[in-house]
Design a protein around this ligand. Structure first.
Ligand code: TYM
Length: 378
């Protein structure tokens, strides 16, 4: 791995530097989403999601093959997940918003793995807190509007029997030296950390295992999770299953413009339970701006929207791409000032969070409908 960046699921540094992504993807062995693949997606899905058009989802593994199969009538399923280590921020929603679009467009089943075991092993979170985060994170995710009849939430601790039985089959083929080099683990790390990746592999073949025939799997995630699936792709064929395909996103930079959004630093991101006043304060006080130092300069020289937190967040949440282009131009040319851009983002964020909040009660009442149950695949 190059020394100017480091990406594992637990350590992401310097990922905000745009230019590095292509290099990282290639180093990892993933492919960049090219024009041909975009055309194919458009043909099959009817449109290309804006996250692909904006190059947020920028790389893949075998997505072309998976879509070829789909065209010939081979249905796939989706698999993604969340480690409930704390409150969720807007960046966490990127893979889930995109996954919802995939589910809607391809009308396929989705497994959402909630790795409470991972957070138990890797963090000092108390069991009571883990339970709380697990429930709240699931509610946050499901409030995006996933279809209950096709969505299967797999909380690891509730499915330990199945995950252990299949996880050990994966574990048997992974050496300690592989895990050390892929995840940067050390001899002094607890052995749970060494085993954990086997558990994250299981949902990538569980539908094939349950049904007794190979069902292709597509996994959307941000690039920090790629090391897990690099391993899955090596091992699964040894167990008689197909390699999972993936579609990979960049990291949304933190509020302050660099580094990772973190649950331990309240000012590093916008959290889904932030109230309007907090959101406004965070945007005005901390949000990294691509604008100029003075109003006069901004009017004369314009801003750099590409590195501007408020603009990028607005773009993430506004589905109308024509509107977004217009704002981009106005901000770039100095017609919009930094504070005005922040207000536009503020309105978008609060509107989006209000919609999520308004759905939470209904989701809460029907939580059982989403529970992972192998029989639902038979
Ligand atoms: P977790 O909880 O760290 O992150 C959940 C998902 O969000 C992505 N992500 C981000 N995407 C864009 N910008 C950001 N700033 C940002 N921060 C996080 C992550 O890549 C992830 O897709 N071990 C996993 C849980 C998991 C999983 C999976 C994730 C289990 N199975 C399959 C993806 C696919 C975790 O702790 O994710």
């Amino acid at each position: 791995m190059a020394d100017d960046h480091e990406i594992t699921p637990w350590e992401v540094s310097n990922t905000f530097q745009e230019a590095q992504y292509e290099k990282i993807a290639k180093e990892f062995g993933a492919k960049i989403i090219d024009e041909g693949l975009r055309e194919e997606i458009k043909y099959l899905a009817g449109e290309v999601h804006r996250f692909i058009q904006y190059d947020i989802f920028f790389a893949h593994r075998d997505l072309d093959q998976l879509l070829d199969g789909y065209k010939k009538g081979r249905k796939f399923y989706l698999y993604t997940g969340r480690g409930p280590s704390g409150k969720m921020h807007l960046g966490h929603l990127i893979p889930f918003m995109f996954t919802k679009w995939l589910q809607d467009r391809f009308d396929v089943d989705l497994i959402i793995q909630i790795t409470d075991d991972e957070k138990y092993i890797f963090r000092d979170t108390s069991e009571a807190d883990l339970k709380k985060y697990t429930q709240n994170n699931i509610l946050d995710i499901l409030s995006l509007g996933f279809k209950p009849e096709k969505t299967h939430v797999m909380i690891d601790s509730d499915n330990s029997n199945l995950l252990y039985n299949y996880g050990i089959r994966v574990a048997k083929h992974i050496t300690a030296s592989t895990v050390k080099s892929v995840f940067g683990l050390k001899d002094s790390d607890n052995i749970g950390k060494f085993f954990f990746t086997s558990i994250q592999s299981v949902p990538a073949f569980i539908v094939s295992a349950i049904t007794g025939h190979n069902v292709p799997c597509l996994i959307p995630y941000a690039i920090d999770q790629d090391p897990h699936f690099k391993i899955s792709r090596d091992i699964l064929p040894k167990l008689g299953y197909e390699k999972p395909a993936s579609i990979i996103s960049k990291f949304i930079p933190s509020l302050k413009g660099s580094g990772k959004m973190s649950s331990s630093d309240e000012t590093s991101g916008i959290y889904l339970d932030d109230d309007n006043k907090t959101i406004k304060r965070k945007l005005m006080k901390y949000a990294f701006s691509g604008g100029r130092d003075t109003m006069e300069e901004q009017r004369r020289l314009g801003a750099n929207p590409d590195i501007d937190f408020a603009f990028n967040t607005y773009r993430m949440l506004e589905p109308d791409m024509t509107k977004v282009s217009k704002i981009y131009e106005e901000y770039r040319s100095g017609h919009i000032l930094s504070g005005e851009m922040k207000m536009l983002a503020y309105e978008k964020i609060t509107e989006f969070l209000e919609t999520l909040n308004s759905r939470r009660d209904a989701v809460l009442k029907n939580m059982d409908d989403y529970r992972f149950n192998p029989e639902r695949f038979l």
